[in-house]
Design a protein around this ligand. Structure first.
Ligand SMILES: [Zn+2]
Length: 256
């Protein structure tokens, strides 16, 4: 085969994989008739002893607020599931997932998507395969006061979360985990990427609040609550976040 034929064959394989993903995603993610089983894989993002010590003591309690958040929000929207999302903590992974390209063109993004899927497929746990795999890269906040952006592959049911290896920051880690999971379920961002400003009204936790500022709650897909028209604050825990009606509609929840 010529190089050109090889490339065309490769692209056809890629298209077939993406198309089958899209089909499974539609068939599976919209029903909310069964609990979404999310496998959470902790990974040390640096070689700090503090990160390793944190991961060694990490338990389900650190993730439980995410389950409670989805449970309470689902109930408010009349979703008849006692546990819409279950997070199962898995043993830590030694090999980090492939890093996303710094400047992904469409092909670069597709290539990374495939590498992530190959990476995820190579991980076998006990029991049935989870619906979603969430890779959580823990950083020592003393070394990395800021971490890279987290992201999710909706097609492929994979999330890549950057989190802090510190008890005091578990609340904000949970906010990022819930945000990326909602992307996997089909929700879109509700902030202006140029300014981080929550979009009004869909990115506001309480758009009808008078006076409008300060907002007491953050809409989870906006990621911040507006303290004024120009100041935005990152919530410290999911207790300060809500799933707004626009996000609920995107994940096929509707008020009764
Ligand atoms: Zn997002």
């Amino acid at each position: 085969m010529t190089w050109k034929a090889v490339r065309i064959a490769l692209l056809l394989v890629v298209l077939a994989v993406v198309a089958s993903d899209a089909w499974f995603e539609r068939a599976r993610s919209v029903s909310w008739r069964v609990t979404f089983d999310v496998a959470v894989y902790p990974i040390a993002a640096d070689d700090s002893p503090a990160t390793r010590a944190y991961i060694a003591t990490l338990g389900h309690a650190a993730l439980a607020p995410v389950e409670v958040f989805f449970r309470d929000a689902a109930r408010a929207y009349g979703v008849p599931l006692a546990e819409p999302v279950h997070l199962g903590l898995q043993p830590p992974l030694a090999t980090p997932p492939p890093a996303p390209p710094a400047d992904p063109g469409p092909l670069g993004a597709l290539w990374w998507h495939l590498r992530m899927r190959v990476y995820a497929a190579g991980i076998h746990g006990a029991g049935p395969a989870p619906h979603v795999r969430l890779f959580v890269l823990y950083h020592d906040p003393a070394q990395s006061p800021r971490v890279p952006h987290s992201l999710a592959l909706r097609k492929g049911q994979i999330g890549l979360v950057h989190a802090f290896a510190h008890d005091d920051l578990e609340g904000s880690n949970d906010v990022v985990i819930a945000h990326e999971l909602l992307h996997v379920f089909g929700a879109s961002d509700k902030y202006d990427p140029a300014t981080n400003a929550p979009r009004f009204p869909e990115g506001y936790g309480e758009p009808e609040l008078l006076p409008r500022y300060p907002q007491r709650l953050a809409e989870i897909m906006a990621g911040r609550r507006a303290m004024s028209a120009t100041e935005f604050e990152t919530p410290v825990s999911l207790a300060d976040c809500v799933i707004g009606p626009a996000t609920a509609a995107e994940i096929h929840w509707a008020r009764p």
